[in-house]
Design a binder for this molecule. Structure first.
Ligand SMILES: *Cc1c(COP(=O)(O)O)cnc(C)c1O
Length: 502
C-alpha cells in the first residue's frame, strides 16, 4: 500500500490539527491529486469482488431492455439473489442487520407489504388505513416509552428510519429556537458516541454540533455537557444506548441539565427503545431514559430494529404537539395545491407502516418481553465468553450490544479473520474495537458458541500470521493511522462511487 509511504512522509509526521489544511493545500498540485487518485483506485479496487459478486453470474443492465422481460424469469432471478444472501443473516452471522428474521415472521411481514403495496400516506383520502396505522404506531410507542399521562401529551410521527427520526428532531429544535428565540446560529450538544446521524443533521440543517467527551465507562461526561451550553444551544442529546459501545448515557442528569438551561433534550433510543422497557420489567438495571424524566422532550425509537418490523420505519416522539409542529412542512401558494408533509419525504410507502403496525400488534407486550429476555441472556453469555479470552477487553458495562478490543492483537485483523468465517461485525474507532449487536438471530441454538469459537480461532490466526488479514481490515487499519481525515473521507467517497458502478 503506497498510501502508507506517503503517510510515513510529510503527511504522517504532522499532527491531525494541521494535517487537514496541509493536505488541502497539497491537493491543489495536480501531481499530488493524480497520485492520491491512483492510491484510492488501488485500495478500492481491492474491494471490487466483495461488493460486486454477481458480475459473472447474472446479466448486467446498462439501459432499459427494448421490450420488457418476462416476469417469471425476473422473479426467478430475484429469488436466486435473495437465496444467495439469506443464509448469512439467517444463521446469525451479522451484528444487528436483521433483528427477528424467523421464517413465519418474515412471511407475515411480506404479506402485510403485499396487501398494502400501493398505499401512500400522502393521500390520506385514498388510504385512511395508512393514517390509522401510523397514528397507532406512534401512540403505542409513546405509551411504551413513558408517554402516558404526561401534562403535554407525547405525540410524534412515523419516519423512514433512525436517521430520519434524528434529522427531523434536530430540525425541529432549530426551527423552534429560530421562531421563539431568534437564534440564527443554532448549536446542538451530543456525546462523541452519539450516532453519526447527528453529524448529518448538523451538516444538512446548518447547526453547529458540539461533541462532548465520554468518561471511562463510555458514558457522556455531564460536566462537559454543562460547560458546552451556550446562548445558542437548542438541544442536548443522549443515547439509550449508544451505537458504538451499547452503554446508556446518564440521561437523568443530562435531561435535568437541559431542563435547567431551558433547552430541548433528545434521547436517542433508536437501538434501545424496543428493548429497555422490557429489560426493565425483567429486572435488569435500566436507568431512567424515557418521558418519565421531565427533561426529556423528544425521543427516537426504531421499529425496524428491535421493533421487529420490515426495514424502513422508525418513530420520532415529542413532548407536546406545539413542539411537533416545528417538524412539519406546509406550502400554501404552490400552483400544485395546498401542500403539507410531516416528514422529509413526499410520497411514502404505506406498505411499511402496515407491516410495522402488524409487527407491533402481533408481538404485543409478551412478545417483546420474551424476545428481550432471550437476547439479554444470549448477550450475557457472549459477553462472559469474550471476557474469559486472554487479552480481550469488554468496553463499558453493556447489556446486548457488546463492544470489545484486544490488548494483544490488532482488533481489525481479528475482524478480517472473522469475516473469513462468514462473520460481519462492526468496526469501531477511537479506540479501535469491534462490536456485536445481539439479535434474535443469535439466540438460535449454537450461534453464541459458534461465535465464541470463531473469535478464539480468529485471534489465534492473527497471532500466527499478523498483518495478513484481507477485506476491510487494512482499510480500517489505514484509516486509524491517517491524521488528515480528508484523505479517509475521499477514500469513502471513492467507495460509494464503486457501489454505483454497474
Ligand atoms: C441505528 C441507529 C441509528 C440510525 O438508524 P438508521 O435506522 O440506521 O437510520 C441512530 N441511533 C442509534 C443509537 C442507532 O443504533
Amino acid at each position: 500500500m503506497d498510501l502508507k509511504k506517503l503517510l510515513a512522509g510529510p503527511l504522517g509526521r504532522v499532527n491531525s490539527r494541521i494535517a487537514g489544511p496541509l493536505y488541502r493545500a497539497l491537493r491543489r498540485f495536480p501531481r499530488v491529486r493524480r497520485r492520491m487518485e491512483a492510491e484510492y483506485e488501488t485500495l478500492v479496487s481491492g474491494l471490487q469482488d466483495a461488493v460486486k459478486p454477481y458480475r459473472d453470474d447474472f446479466p448486467t443492465h446498462l439501459r432499459l431492455p427494448a421490450a420488457g422481460l418476462d416476469r417469471t424469469d425476473l422473479l426467478a432471478e430475484l429469488e436466486d439473489l435473495a437465496t444467495r444472501e439469506r443464509s448469512a443473516w439467517q444463521q446469525g452471522f451479522a451484528s444487528g442487520a436483521v433483528y427477528h428474521g424467523r421464517d413465519d415472521h418474515v412471511a407475515f411481514q411480506s404479506r402485510a407489504v403485499e396487501l398494502h403495496s400501493q398505499a401512500n400516506p400522502l393521500h390520506a383520502d385514498l388510504w385512511p388505513s395508512a393514517t390509522k396505522f401510523e397514528a397507532e404506531i406512534v401512540a403505542m410507542t409513546a405509551a411504551m416509552l413513558g408517554g402516558e399521562g404526561t401534562t403535554h401529551p407525547v405525540c410524534g410521527t412515523v419516519t423512514s428510519g433512525g436517521t430520519e427520526s434524528i434529522l427531523l428532531a434536530m430540525k425541529t429544535y432549530r426551527d423552534r429556537a429560530r421562531a421563539e428565540r431568534g437564534i440564527t446560529k443554532p448549536e446542538m450538544i451530543a456525546p462523541v458516541t452519539a450516532h453519526v446521524a447527528f453529524d448529518k443533521a448538523a451538516h444538512y440543517f446548518g447547526i453547529k454540533l458540539v461533541r462532548i467527551p465520554i468518561d471511562a465507562s463510555f458514558r457522556a461526561d455531564v460536566a462537559a455537557a454543562r460547560d458546552a451550553v451556550t446562548r445558542n444551544t437548542v438541544v442536548l442529546v443522549g443515547s439509550a444506548p449508544g451505537f458504538p459501545h451499547g452503554v446508556i448515557d446518564p440521561i437523568e442528569e443530562l435531561s435535568e441539565l437541559a431542563g435547567e438551561a431551558d433547552i430541548g433534550f433528545h434521547t436517542d433510543a433508536c437501538l434501545g427503545g424496543f428493548v429497555l422497557p422490557w429489560a426493565e420489567r425483567l429486572g435488569y438495571p435500566v436507568p431512567g431514559f424515557d418521558f418519565r424524566l421531565p427533561g426529556v422532550t423528544s425521543m427516537s425509537a426504531d421499529t425496524h430494529k428491535y421493533g421487529y418490523a420490515a426495514k424502513g420505519t422508525s418513530v420520532v416522539l415529542y413532548r407536546g404537539k406545539e413542539l411537533r409542529r416545528f417538524q412539519y412542512f406546509t406550502a400554501t401558494d404552490w400552483p400544485g395545491g395546498l401542500y403539507f408533509s410531516p416528514t422529509l419525504a413526499g410520497s411514502r410507502p404505506g406498505a411499511l407502516s402496515a407491516a410495522c403496525w402488524a409487527a407491533m400488534l402481533s408481538l404485543g407486550e409478551s412478545g417483546y418481553q420474551e424476545a428481550t429476555a432471550r437476547i439479554l441472556e444470549t448477550a450475557a453469555a457472549i459477553r462472559q465468553g469474550i471476557s474469559e479470552m486472554p487479552g480481550m477487553v469488554i468496553m463499558g458495562d453493556p447489556l446486548w450490544v457488546i463492544a470489545f478490543t484486544s490488548e494483544t492483537v490488532d482488533i481489525y485483523e481479528v475482524m478480517g479473520r472473522l469475516s473469513e468465517r462468514g462473520w460481519s461485525l462492526t468496526g469501531l474507532q477511537y479506540p479501535p474495537a469491534l462490536h456485536v449487536a445481539v439479535t434474535l438471530r443469535h439466540t438460535q441454538e449454537g450461534v453464541a458458541e459458534r461465535f465464541l469459537d470463531d473469535l478464539r480461532w480468529a485471534v489465534a490466526r492473527v497471532q500466527e500470521e499478523p498483518g495478513s488479514a484481507e477485506g476491510l481490515a487494512p482499510v480500517y487499519g489505514m484509516a486509524a493511522t491517517v491524521p488528515a481525515r480528508a484523505i479517509v473521507s475521499e477514500l469513502l467517497e471513492r467507495y460509494v462511487d464503486l457501489l454505483y458502478e454497474v
